[in-house]
Design a protein. Structure first.
Length: 293
């Protein structure tokens, strides 16, 4: 009875040790999953890789060295595993010695992916996008410059159109206010001058916004200062009240002055080429060294 119990305990201990060893077996001993197995069969048994597979297996001690250089790559080729199981076809070897085949094929695929050719191909792919980017960089720069240039031109054109409208509006308002005031002045020397002053200030503000060319800007600033009717026309001259005829003469002179200045305001809207020519013409000549004053 004791002997039977001792043998039973011994059997249980052997089974426990077997389970521990099975659990501790290396991971590579377990066959790969179905997808990995399919990849290995397709890749390593292909005619272009079969000779390399035999060489890898021979170096790993899984096949006899003579099998590393087969005469052909047809399905009738035979391999000789190092285990004493006899020769067999590569397909049979991949089935009967599945672990050996998987080990050799994994080593071959790993070496192919880490080899200089793969690295060169990867480097080529990485350099490809960089080369493409560098090649297209000038085109991108030109496109950006054209876009910025177009936006700048559109902005300048919009500003010029707005200024032209402001000048024309100010010119029209000032002429109307001046004519109304001068007509009233002929009848009443104390006529209200407020509307004329307001219109004059608005036109002067528009003239102050006129930009280059230099001759155009200078002309606009002079016109802003020279606009007539900065104040009301006189009611008395030398202590004597002006009569109807005298006021009519004063009003007519003011009308002519208003027309001349407003005509000059219209000239500011001439093409830029004209004003660039005026700028170059009116530029003072530089005095050369040694020239007499």
């Amino acid at each position: 009875m004791r002997r039977r119990t001792r043998h039973g305990r011994k059997g249980l201990g052997t089974a426990a040790v077997g389970l521990v060893l099975l659990a501790a077996a290396p991971a590579f001993a377990a066959p790969g999953g179905p997808e990995e197995r399919d990849v290995q069969l397709v890749y390593c048994l292909d005619a272009s890789h079969r000779a390399e597979l035999f060489t890898a297996a021979a170096r790993l001690g899984l096949l006899e060295p003579a099998a590393s250089a087969p005469v052909s790559v047809m399905a009738t080729d035979s391999v000789m595993p190092t285990a004493s199981v006899g020769s067999m076809t590569p397909q049979a070897w991949s089935v009967r010695r599945r672990d050996d085949f998987a080990r050799a094929c994994s080593a071959l695929m790993g070496a192919a992916s880490d080899g200089p050719g793969a690295a060169a191909e990867e480097k080529k792919e990485e350099g490809g996008w960089l080369e493409t980017f560098l090649t297209s960089l000038p085109l991108l720069a030109v496109g950006s410059l054209l876009t910025l240039g177009g936006q700048s031109w559109e902005r300048v054109s919009a500003e010029r159109r707005l200024l032209k409208q402001q000048l024309e509006s100010g010119r029209t308002s000032f002429r109307a206010a001046a004519r109304e005031y001068l007509r009233n002045y002929e009848e009443d020397p104390a006529a209200d001058h407020t509307a004329v002053l307001t219109a004059r200030e608005a036109l002067g503000a528009a003239l102050a916004q006129v930009a280059a060319p230099g001759a155009r800007r200078a002309r606009a600033h002079r016109l802003a200062d020279e606009l007539p009717l900065a104040g009301p026309l006189p009611e008395f001259v030398a202590g004597r009240r002006l009569g109807t005829d005298a006021r009519a003469r004063q009003a007519q002179e003011a009308r002519l002055s208003v027309d001349r200045k407003l005509s000059a305001v219209s000239d500011l809207n001439r093409r830029g080429l004209y004003w660039r020519w005026r700028t170059a013409r009116e530029r003072p000549a530089r005095t050369t060294p040694g020239a007499s004053a």
